[in-house]
Design a protein around this ligand. Structure first.
Ligand SMILES: Cc1cc2nc3c(=O)[nH]c(=O)nc-3n(C[C@H](O)[C@H](O)[C@H](O)COP(=O)(O)OP(=O)(O)OC[C@H]3O[C@@H](n4cnc5c(N)ncnc54)[C@H](O)[C@@H]3O)c2cc1C
Length: 333
């Protein structure tokens, strides 16, 4: 892990954090972004990748996952450090720097922009015994590499976008794919539900409604599950090599509440420069509260620009807050 002192560290890789990362790059300061999730994009990728968004300036309509992809591309034009699957647990001031304590160790930084949305997302877990025993031993809540499932018997659990997207994507990769959901009402985009239902009809996978996992079996690795019909309570054994529990996320402001920040409910109080009560610590996006604040992508973008430009001035008082116009910025020459 890198122990470089960065000028700005952004906590949260949602739209606000990504746009902040872009601004840090445009201002020519060193930056990193940290997110507890395995993928950048925040709510856009974790909660509603297949939904169309209609109120982002310049885009009459854009799929959430496409907006996330473009924000990542825009932010990554510059040399930023990206730390994924790392929760920031503590913010420790130490002289001129803040030592951010994450799951991987210390990440020192001269300033901080908290763009943590509703807090660190934690994957929902199945309410079954032996969850901890099989965690990452055949039981996962994210797909990192689809090839890991090649020629394997895979069980997908869930009725949302993520479950349906992966069901569709893994149908040709897995040797056997079973997709279960506890009811026949799905939260996923109807187009993907249609694709998966058609694939079921063509016997490319098995989509089974009203089924839940009641037990996990195996020794070192999952080798089977007990499925229970949620209405008839009939149980059956299914042999599988991997269980993908894609049943959503629970947001939790968690450790941020302990950092000595002035809070209003679950939000961080900021002023019009996006300053928190701790000098050098800024906040933007869904996590902030000020008179008139709105929880929208578009306001998060504006707040990110204000937070990062003020952080640039904080770490170097000779640097102007005003970034000038990108059309004449040296960063793009
Ligand atoms: C279904 C749905 C539809 C929506 N539709 C619209 C819409 O049409 N238009 C619109 O403007 N808005 C919409 N929104 C709201 C919009 O998605 C949010 O306003 C936006 O995502 C906020 O961005 P953010 O970057 O501030 O936070 P988030 O997107 O929540 O990102 C925050 C990130 O910070 C990470 N994080 C938090 N704490 C930590 C920590 N301690 N350590 C490491 N990482 C951490 C989280 O894992 C997360 O990835 C919608 C929201 C939902 C749920």
């Amino acid at each position: 892990m890198s122990s470089d002192i960065k000028d700005i560290t952004i906590i949260g890789g949602g739209p606000t954090g990504l746009y902040g990362l872009f601004y840090a790059g445009m201002r020519g300061v060193s930056a990193r972004i940290i997110d507890v999730l395995p993928e950048l994009g925040g709510q856009l990728t974790a909660l509603y990748p297949e939904k169309d968004i209609f109120d982002v300036a310049g885009f009459p309509r854009i799929l959430a996952k496409d907006l996330a992809r473009d924000l990542v591309e825009q932010a990554m034009q510059f040399d930023a450090e990206v730390c994924l699957e790392e929760r920031v647990n503590a913010l420790n001031p130490n002289g001129d720097v803040f030592e951010l304590e994450t799951d991987e160790g210390l990440r020192p930084t001269r300033s901080v922009v908290i763009a943590a949305g509703k807090g660190a997302f934690k994957s929902r877990t199945l309410k079954v015994e032996r969850w901890d025993e099989f965690w990452k031993k055949g039981l996962v809540t994210h797909v990192r590499d689809p090839e890991a499932f090649r020629d394997r018997r895979v069980l997908i659990v869930g009725g949302g976008d993520s479950a349906f997207d992966w069901s569709w994507a893994l149908r040709d990769i897995a040797s056997e794919l079973t997709h279960i959901h506890r009811s026949d009402r799905f939260r996923a985009h109807e187009r993907t539900v249609g694709q998966v239902t058609d694939a079921h009809e063509r016997r490319e996978l098995k989509l089974r409604t009203f089924h839940e996992v009641s037990e996990l079996h195996g020794d070192e690795w999952v080798n089977g599950v007990t499925l229970v019909h949620s209405k008839t309570k009939e149980a059956e054994h299914l042999e599988v090599d991997d269980v993908l529990a894609l049943i959503g996320f629970v947001p939790n402001i968690g450790p941020i509440a302990e950092w000595g920040l002035e809070l209003e409910g679950n939000a961080i109080r900021v002023d019009s420069r996006m300053r928190t009560n701790i000098p050098g610590v800024y906040a933007a996006g869904d996590i902030v509260s000020y008179e008139g604040s709105l929880e929208l992508i578009s306001t998060g973008f504006g707040e990110a620009a204000i937070a990062v430009n003020n952080a640039v001035h904080f770490i170097d008082p000779n640097a102007k807050v005003d970034p000038g116009h990108s059309t004449s910025s040296k960063a793009f020459k």
